[in-house]
Write a protein that binds this ligand. Structure first.
Ligand code: FVH
Length: 289
């Protein structure tokens, strides 16, 4: 532990909170830890952390107070028990949540005299402190800059903007892309398994295919930003005509079409609205309510 390093407190020692606390300890910060179920402090105390009996005690001990609970409802409940005990502290909330929740928590912190940064962690616990982990932060830029060096021990620090909701928005948007990919991969595995093709064998075809397709994303992004969706690659008309084959095959092979049926409805809407010559990038516009 180095006496010159800022005191950090970590509230919430689940899988992620424990990894965050361990990274601060490893970097030489004095760390105070608190968890609702006290038993989880044990391994961190063994690594040099100080256990706090209450969340208020942990908050009092730290300059930077990192919070990582299951949900932002849990965070709001905890903050309500703390009240003005947070005054003068910087709360860094790395719990997964919505942009609206982040804005509400930020307003609450301001009312109680605390600075607030919201964060979105782009890593699993095992990656924390490693070269591939990074965290989005949003809130007052001055607060971010003041704590950046401390927070950098967790991984890369990406400032998403002064609107406190922007870290959550970026986090959720990246995870949205991930979930879309995972769902497509699982549907493909479910389909090939109906003919006893092992998923492990099929993944050797799927991974390079998806990687090659994903290389088109920057071009789709240009189309989305410019609103110019005309394509000479694969029109919505062609996709709309082909897509019933997917739904029919899922049904014929005994695989649920429930994940993909909404896509047929979007393609049908695109054609009804006259976008048959456009590429798939038009979908980003069609999804906007
Ligand atoms: N684990 C991951 O891979 C992801 C990576 C990206 C970011 N997420 C988010 O991080 C938050 C915490 O996730 P976690 O993996 O640490 O989750 P758990 O291991 O289940 O720990 C949950 C902690 O929350 C505490 N807790 C729950 N409810 C309350 C409450 N009402 N009041 C106070 N604390 C509460 C819980 O305490 P206990 O059950 O041990 O007493 C744990 O400390 C999450 O937002 C992920 O989406 C992780």
């Amino acid at each position: 532990m180095s006496p010159n390093k800022p005191q950090v407190s970590v509230l919430g020692l689940g899988m992620m909170g424990s990894a965050l606390a361990a990274a601060f300890l490893k970097a030489g910060h004095p760390v105070t830890v608190w968890n609702r179920s006290p038993a989880k402090t044990g391994p961190l105390v063994a690594q040099g952390a100080l256990p706090a009996e209450t969340a208020a005690e942990a908050v009092a001990a730290g300059n930077t107070v990192v919070v990582c609970l299951l949900t932002n409802d849990n965070v709001q409940e905890l903050f309500d028990t703390l009240g003005d005990a947070v005054s003068g502290k910087t709360l860094v909330n790395l719990t997964n949540g919505t942009p609206a929740q982040a804005r509400e928590l930020s307003a609450w912190a301001t009312q109680h005299g605390a600075d607030y940064l919201d964060g979105g962690i782009m890593a699993v616990p095992q990656m924390i402190g490693g070269p591939h982990a990074y965290v989005f932060y949003s809130g007052p830029q001055q607060t971010f800059e003041a704590h950046r060096e401390t927070l950098a021990v967790l991984g890369g620090t990406k400032f998403a903007g002064t609107d406190p909701g922007l870290a959550a928005l970026n986090d959720l948007a990246l995870l949205t892309g991930m979930y879309g990919m995972v769902l497509g991969v699982m549907q493909a595995f479910a389909l090939v398994r109906t003919e006893n093709i092992p998923a492990t064998e099929f993944s050797e075809l799927l991974v390079p295919w998806i990687s090659a397709m994903l290389a088109g994303a920057p071009e789709w992004a240009k189309a989305v930003d410019s609103g110019e969706h005309l394509t000479d690659v694969s029109s919505l008309a062609v996709n709309q005509a082909a897509f019933p084959n997917f739904l029919a095959t899922f049904r014929d092979q005994g695989v649920s079409p429930e994940l993909f049926e909404p896509f047929q409805a979007i393609l049908d809407r695109a054609i009804e609205q006259g976008y048959e010559a456009d590429g798939l990038s038009r979908i980003a516009d069609l999804l906007k309510k």
